[in-house]
Design a binder for this molecule. Structure first.
Ligand SMILES: C[S@@+](CC[C@H](N)C(=O)[O-])C[C@H]1O[C@@H](n2cnc3c(N)ncnc32)[C@H](O)[C@@H]1O
Length: 614
């Protein structure tokens, strides 16, 4: 944890805010993805001493500069690293926001000068300088973007969190980048007339919202009314395809409205708060103090010093990343997490606080919402039977090896707490129903010459979410996954739901993902494929195999619409190239977001690709 309090000069929380009133702008220019309430995890899980809670250690002081002297940080911040962002990364997406906001022609002209002037900060815009800005738009990541007033020969933007289009703000610069600087919000001088109803400090909206808004790096869109959050995400999908698919607009359908989450709060079934270990100087100080106290105790019968007093100078903070400054923000509750996780968080915080001196490295606590394990456990002989009457009991799991149970419609899922499962259970029925309907559109059923798939291939299947929930409509289902643990869970889930006879689960490498399917009777001509890869998207070997397999329908589900747009673009172009002579290709039939992550700027995107044959 921090050895010194974060310097108020490197970043300040939004200060007192003024009145806001009125309604909402109809255009949201939006951009990026930051981790939701999750620290970058740098290493393996480790069991704690009592064997109950599992903690994921991260690199000592991953919040990094927090333990360095303030002076070093300042020096570092003065230099702009002239590195271009990795393609499709959040920084790349933000640069596209900057480019769109300034105007592509102007930006390309500045970059085209080839004199590096896009990196040269306008005269007088030093670090820690305060500037007044009229906020122009949202970035995709939900931050505000404004034009620096009176910027000399080139335009320059300022990105500031927690402000809204139409606000007039004062912001303090803390970092420079290409054609943009990043700033902390100091004060909202005038709230946007049209943006949000209510008066006073925007962080207090909505009623029952989060008291950490304005400091926590988690929920960027929290004060944005929910319909506007959905609009923001629709725009994100649209921008991603414009920027990254490399397809002409004629090849893309109109983006459909984003489907909202049934739960806008208390939906998140997994959180991973983290904490830093005490710095060495503090450990040493505590050790010395203990030795001297033991000496005193032997000499007298007086009470030892109060332990809270002992820890003066360094405090345990357990929570999430702070926005715009290093270090952990101490979080006692997270209103997007389910109630059972918040109760457990209180217990876990106390446990860590009481034993903090035993940690030499920072760590992450895993908290996962689970149904109480069914008793007896369903088996292939006595499969799961959902019962509406029974009240569901939830528990919080903290050991990554223990099984978590979740129900999706009439199916029961089990997987180890440390492995992947979607984090918002409330939207999984709308999501899986949508995928089902996309595969079997009512208007194409029974149509002349329409081939209806009988086989489903669930790639990147995890513990079998799509394969199992969609199984009813198919004769056979196969799931393919790289993780042995997830495949074992998928197999067990199929058995628990009585689906063992129609399902096949294969642990496959990306290079040979469809390898084992032939012999199981899966042919592209009677199949559809669900693709649900991690954030980095699919690799080329996978996409080539998918085209070679040539399924009737491809439904691509992704938590990173930017890499999805890249991959969909590749599939469409390659299918045109490969299939040209033989008269087939894929077309993008629909694109739409699902809001798996309300209050944040993240969106899950579903693309439906249909095989078209002449
Ligand atoms: C976003 S999760 C989707 C899981 C599942 N579809 C669900 O909704 O629960 C992505 C999954 O892809 C798996 N995966 C990652 N790389 C892979 C690869 N190269 N080939 C196959 N599966 C992979 C991961 O283990 C993970 O389970």
């Amino acid at each position: 944890m921090t050895t010194t309090p974060p310097s108020p000069s490197t970043s300040s929380p939004p200060a007192k805010r003024l009145k806001s009133s009125g309604s909402i702008p109809d255009v949201i220019k939006t951009n990026e993805f930051t981790a939701i309430n999750e620290a970058p995890i740098k290493s393996e899980f480790l069991p704690d001493t009592n064997g109950h809670t599992v903690i994921i250690p991260k690199e000592a002081s991953a919040s990094g500069s927090s333990s360095k002297p303030q002076q070093t940080q300042k020096k570092k911040n003065r230099k702009i690293k002239r590195t271009l962002p990795e393609k499709y990364s959040s920084a790349d997406v933000t640069f596209h926001d900057v480019r769109d906001f300034i105007g592509a022609d102007l930006v390309d002209e500045v970059i085209g000068r080839k004199d590096g002037s896009e990196w040269e900060v306008p005269e007088g815009l030093e670090l820690f300088k305060e500037v007044e800005l009229d906020v122009g738009a949202f970035t995709v990541s939900g931050e505000s973007i404004s034009l620096l007033p009176n910027s000399s020969d080139k335009p320059w933007t300022i990105i500031t969190p927690f402000a809204h289009p139409g606000d007039k703000i004062r912001a303090k610069i803390y970092k420079h980048d290409r054609l943009t600087s990043y700033a902390d919000l100091v004060e909202i001088l005038e709230h946007s007339e049209e943006y949000r109803g209510g008066e006073g400090d925007r962080r207090k909206y909505p009623e029952g919202g989060c008291r950490y808004f304005g400091e926590c790096g988690g929920c960027q869109l929290q004060p944005v009314p929910y319909p506007l959050q959905l609009l923001h995400k629709k725009r994100t999908v649209q921008l991603a395809y414009q920027r990254f698919s490399d397809l002409p607009s004629t090849a893309l359908p109109t983006i459909q409205p984003t489907i909202g989450s049934p739960k806008e709060w208390a939906y998140r079934t997994k959180i991973t708060p983290h904490f830093d270990a005490p710095p060495k100087w503090f450990q040493k100080q505590m050790k010395e103090k203990k030795v001297s106290e033991e000496g005193e105790m032997n000499a007298s019968t007086t009470n030892p010093t109060d332990p809270t007093e002992e820890r003066r100078g360094w405090e345990t903070r357990i929570g999430f990343e702070r926005k715009g400054r290093p270090g952990v923000l101490d979080i006692e509750e997270c209103p997007i997490a389910t109630p059972v996780l918040n109760s457990k968080l209180t217990e876990e915080r106390k446990r860590v606080q009481d034993t903090i001196l035993s940690f030499t490295r920072g760590a992450t606590i895993l908290l996962r919402d689970s149904l109480s394990p069914p008793d007896p456990l369903p088996t292939s002989e006595t499969p799961f039977q959902p019962s509406e009457a029974e009240e569901e009991k939830h528990v919080a799991i903290t050991n990554h090896k223990l099984n978590v149970y979740e129900k999706v419609g009439k199916y029961l899922f089990s997987f180890s707490a440390g492995s992947f499962f979607q984090n918002n259970n409330s939207i999984l029925i709308p999501l899986t129903d949508y995928v089902k309907e996309a595969i079997f559109p009512t208007d194409s059923l029974g149509g002349e010459g329409v081939k209806v798939p009988t086989h489903l291939v669930d790639t990147y299947c995890g513990s079998g979410l799509f394969g199992i929930t969609l199984s009813e409509r198919f004769e056979r289902v196969a799931g393919v996954e790289i993780s042995h643990e997830s495949i074992a869970a998928a197999k067990k889930n199929a058995e628990m739901n009585g689906l063992q006879d129609k399902t096949t689960w294969l642990c496959g490498k990306a290079e040979d993902i469809f390898g084992g399917l032939d012999e199981k009777g899966f042919e592209g001509g009677k199949s559809c494929v669900v693709v649900d890869p991690p954030r980095k998207g699919c690799d080329e070997p996978f996409l080539s195999q998918l085209l070679f397999f040539k399924p009737l329908t491809i439904v691509y589900v992704s938590c990173n619409v930017h890499t999805q747009a890249r991959d969909v673009g590749y599939l469409i172009r390659e299918s045109e190239r490969k299939g040209e002579e033989k008269g087939w290709k894929y077309k993008v039939e629909s694109l739409r977001g699902f809001d798996l992550f309300p209050q944040t700027a993240h969106v899950e995107s579903v693309a439906v690709l249909r095989l078209v044959e002449n």
